[in-house]
Design a protein around this ligand. Structure first.
Ligand code: 5CA
Ligand code: ZN
Length: 373
């Protein structure tokens, strides 16, 4: 599984957190069902938004990235997200990008515009069929996500930059194509194919990455590997605040680190963000947070209740819900129901059974859902 990681120019907000929590469930579920998992995540630690923010704030881009990556890792730990097996930055993987560009060149899939290199999307015969958007819509979204559909000299407006030649004031690295830095899409394609064999099981990220990012990875990957890049593209819904997608450009952000500093239990954030279905766009609100607090208190109370016994049925039902496209709303409703029954049960279980059952359930919730009570 390859999941698109952060661009570390600002702190982790609840939208990022929701996305990584969803993939954490897939990771945990795979580990719990004894599948061998290779989970790779990148960090886009050199790209236009990062360089722009560093210039705006008069800080070095490398220091900005380093500090935000450290904050991201602390946030993920607090949210009990298991780390991927490999976690790689764009800067440290530049040699792999250069190798990938050389392979694309051998296949006649790249060309120059001035000193920059572009990937020719027509070299992948299936590019056109991998999106349901019209070409006009694709051009608009491509431009919004850092693309340059109107640059003259390009063969196709949607061809994407894979090597950006050095510009005054920008960092660059040597390459056979002249000094420069990697384009965004080739970064993920090259890192994924270094560790995983196409077709990889999953390329994941938020739904905002569907087009162009994952379409470009699919096309570059197919040309590089001669096979489909990924069997599945998994896209998480967008977390919104006040009716709009939470995003750095809109500035309507709730940062995980700030909320932690305010004393909010990260377990509440985990429960709140997973209480909706991962594919659905969903709204953050104070109400969601207070409902999650009631829920967490209910679950904790049930865990300390001396009453009630068996948990096998509950564990089986939660597993069925999670294996059904990560149906966390259903899984949480099952725990609610169990907790209410347990609190109101007047049947005093054999105390040893009760302790064993609670231990079993606690290990299961911890292992599979990352919920510690
Ligand atoms: N570095 C690239 C991916 S290679 C990037 O998109 N970085 S990011 O920092 O902008 O986003 C990191 C992840 O959070 C991406 O998977 C993105 O789809 C997801 N994301 C961003 N905003 C939201 C949001 N409001 N709700 C849910 N997920 C989001
Ligand atoms: Zn990516």
């Amino acid at each position: 599984m390859y999941v698109c990681g952060i661009t570390p120019y600002d702190a982790t907000h609840l939208g990022h957190a929701a996305t990584y929590l969803s993939f954490d469930l897939i990771h945990r579920y795979s580990l719990a069902t004894d599948k061998s998992v290779s989970y790779i995540q990148n960090i886009t630690d050199v790209d236009d938004p990062l360089l722009e923010r560093a210039t705006r704030d008069h800080v070095s881009w490398a220091n900005l990235a380093e500090s935000q990556i450290a904050l991201f890792r602390d946030d993920m730990t607090a949210l009990r997200v298991l780390p991927p097996q490999h976690y790689l930055g764009a800067v440290e993987t530049i040699p792999w990008v250069i190798e990938a560009i050389a392979s694309l060149e051998k296949r006649g899939a790249i060309y120059r515009v001035e000193d920059d290199l572009y990937f020719d999307i027509s070299s992948d015969g299936s590019f056109k069929s991998n999106s349901t958007l019209s070409v006009e819509e694709q051009k608009l979204i491509f431009a919004e996500r850092g693309g340059d559909p109107d640059r003259s000299g390009k063969r196709n407006p949607l061809d994407c930059l894979i090597w950006r030649a050095h510009r005054e004031g920008e960092p660059s690295w040597p390459s056979p194509y002249g000094p420069g830095r990697p384009g965004w899409h080739i970064e993920c394609t090259a890192i994924a194919l270094k560790y995983l064999t196409a077709p990889i099981s999953i390329q994941g990220g938020g739904s905002d990455l569907h087009f162009p990012h994952h379409s470009m990875c699919a096309a570059q990957g197919r040309v590089l590997a001669g096979a489909d890049f990924a069997r599945r593209f998994v896209h998480t819904g967008m977390i919104g605040l006040n009716g709009e997608k939470m995003s750095k450009s809109r500035g309507n952000l709730k940062f995980v680190s700030v909320m932690r500093d305010e004393g909010i239990d990260p377990m509440l954030l985990r429960i709140a963000l997973l209480s909706g279905h991962y594919r659905a766009d969903r709204e953050w609100s104070d109400r969601l947070l207070s409902e999650s607090e009631l829920r967490l208190n209910l679950w904790r109370e049930a865990f300390s209740s001396p009453y009630g016994g068996h948990v096998e049925g509950l564990i089986m039902n939660i597993s069925a819900a999670i294996s059904d496209d990560l149906n966390t709303p259903k899984a949480f409703a099952l725990i609610d129901e169990w907790a209410k029954n347990r609190i109101h049960s007047l049947v005093h279980a054999e105390s040893s059974d009760s302790v064993n059952a609670i231990g079993q359930l606690s290990r299961y919730l911890d292992g599979v859902l990352g919920i510690a009570l």
